[in-house]
Every structure is written in structure tokens, then in C-alpha cells.
Ligand binder design. Structure first.
Ligand code: NHR
Ligand code: GAR
Length: 207
């Protein structure tokens, strides 16, 4: 069994989708822990309810990013993770942290990267007038939202869309592609080779 550690900041709906898929599809992996930097993250209760150990490492208790990241990594490593999954995790991670989990740190970002890295992606997509938007699963590198792409999903931007309606359409797709991507990595069908993502089989309509 491989160990997956999931990091969240809030609602945790992507976390929940991964927990559900792992159980329903009997992945050769356990969700070893869910960790948040906010004690009030709603997702912590969902994880606890599913019988998953939770931990909180509060960023405001640390004087700077590097010391927070060190404490966070120490807590994560208690669970001996094979894969660390950012699911709506809202803290930028420092170089040392990213290096420590090189090749085993995954994120889902709510845009079609490389468009709209950073925050407020749905607002920016509407303002830019793009016709298509979506979500991207990628390995995390030091450069924010620029790591090797594992999976993407596309949704249309409709004329009357608000940030809220567009975010909801994207989120539905996130809940589909994120568990599929995590599963592919856990099962070794998706791998990083020379900083490029290799898919052993047809996956998300690409080989
Ligand atoms: N860290 C690294 N090094 N590289 C990435 O690609 C990362 C990362 C940490 C998080 C998720 C990312 C996203 O999917 C992610 C990718 C937070 C911010 C941010 O500006 C930006 C991108 C992402 C996550 N955070 C503010 C900060 O100062 C805080 C914002 C808040 O608390 O609301 O850390 O979008
Ligand atoms: C998701 O849409 C995720 O892509 C996004 O936040 C939401 C979290 O929802 N992530 C980021 O914006 C990272 N900066 P969730 O907590 O219900 O999974």
C-alpha cells in the first residue's frame, strides 16, 4: 500500500473526491493523513468522518515561510508519504519544501495552465473574454503553477457566467480529473521522466 498525504486550506471537495475514489476503486493506497494550515478548514471534519488522521500546522505560529514549511514537512513525513497532494492548498511553498518532495508533489489549479497562474482565475478568465477555461493537474516545481502537466479538463465560458457559475462548472471537472490523475501516479501508469510527464496508457484522451 502506498501512502497519500493531502494538504487542504478550506472546503476540501477535491480531497473528498480523492477519498471516495480511493475507497470505491480500491486503490493500492491509503489516504494516510489530511493536513491543513488552518484549524477551521471544513475539510478536516470530512476527513475525520472518513476515519482519516488529520493534523493542523498553523502558519501564523511561525515567523516566516521557511520555518512554517519545515514544520509542515516534518508533520507530513510522520506519515511516510509516497505522494503529497495539494487540494485547494493556498500557501505558496518555498524552494526547500518543493525540493524535498520533488516528483511526488501534485497540485490542481483552476485554470488551463499556462493561462492564469496565481489567484482569482475565474474572475480573470471572464475579464479576459476567453471562450474556454478549465483545470490543470500538475507536478509542483519552484515556479508557481508552472510544473509538468499531468491532466487538464476544458469547460466553456458562457455569456452569462459569473465567477460563481464558472467556478462550479470547473469544480465538477476537477472532481473527475484529480482522482484519475492521482490514481494513475499511484499505480505507476503516469510518471515523471526527465521533468516530463509520461503516460503509459491512453489517459484523458492522450497517450
Ligand atoms: N508552491 C510552489 N512552490 N509551486 C506551486 O506551483 C504551488 C505552490 C503552492 C501552492 C497552489 C496554487 C494554485 O493552484 C500551489 C502551487 C496559493 C497561491 C498564493 O498566492 C498561489 C497559487 C497557489 C496557491 N497564496 C498566498 C500566499 O502568500 C496566500 C493567499 C491566501 O492565503 O488566500 O501564499 O493556485
Ligand atoms: C479548487 O477549485 C482548487 O482548484 C482551487 O481552490 C478550490 C478548492 O476547493 N485551488 C486554488 O485556487 C489553489 N490556489 P476544494 O477545497 O473544495 O477542493
Amino acid at each position: 500500500m502506498k501512502n497519500i498525504v493531502i494538504l487542504i486550506s478550506g472546503r476540501g471537495s477535491n480531497m473528498e473526491a480523492i477519498i471516495r475514489a480511493a475507497a470505491a476503486e480500491q486503490w493500492p493506497a491509503r489516504i494516510a493523513a489530511v493536513i491543513s494550515h488552518r484549524a477551521d478548514a471544513a475539510g478536516l471534519a470530512i476527513a475525520t468522518h472518513a476515519g482519516i488522521p488529520v493534523a493542523v500546522v498553523e502558519h501564523q505560529h511561525y515567523p516566516d515561510r521557511v520555518s512554517f514549511d519545515r514544520a509542515l514537512a516534518e508533520q507530513i513525513d510522520v506519515f511516510q508519504p509516497d505522494l503529497v497532494v495539494l487540494a485547494g492548498f493556498m500557501r505558496i511553498l518555498s524552494a526547500g519544501f518543493v525540493e524535498h518532495y520533488r516528483g511526488s508533489l501534485l497540485n490542481i489549479h483552476p485554470s488551463l495552465l499556462p493561462s492564469f497562474p496565481g489567484l482569482s482565475t475565474h474572475r480573470r478568465a471572464i475579464d479576459a473574454g476567453v471562450h474556454f477555461h478549465g483545470a490543470t493537474v500538475h507536478f509542483v516545481t519552484q515556479e508557481l503553477d508552472h510544473g509538468p502537466i499531468v491532466a487538464q479538463a476544458v469547460v466553456p465560458v458562457l455569456r452569462d457566467d459569473t465567477e460563481k457559475t464558472l467556478a462550479a462548472r470547473v469544480l465538477t471537472e476537477e472532481h473527475r480529473i484529480y482522482p484519475a490523475a492521482v490514481r494513475g501516479i499511484i499505480e505507476g501508469r503516469i510518471r515523471l521522466v526527465d521533468d516530463r510527464v509520461r503516460h503509459d496508457e491512453l489517459f484523458e484522451s492522450r497517450s
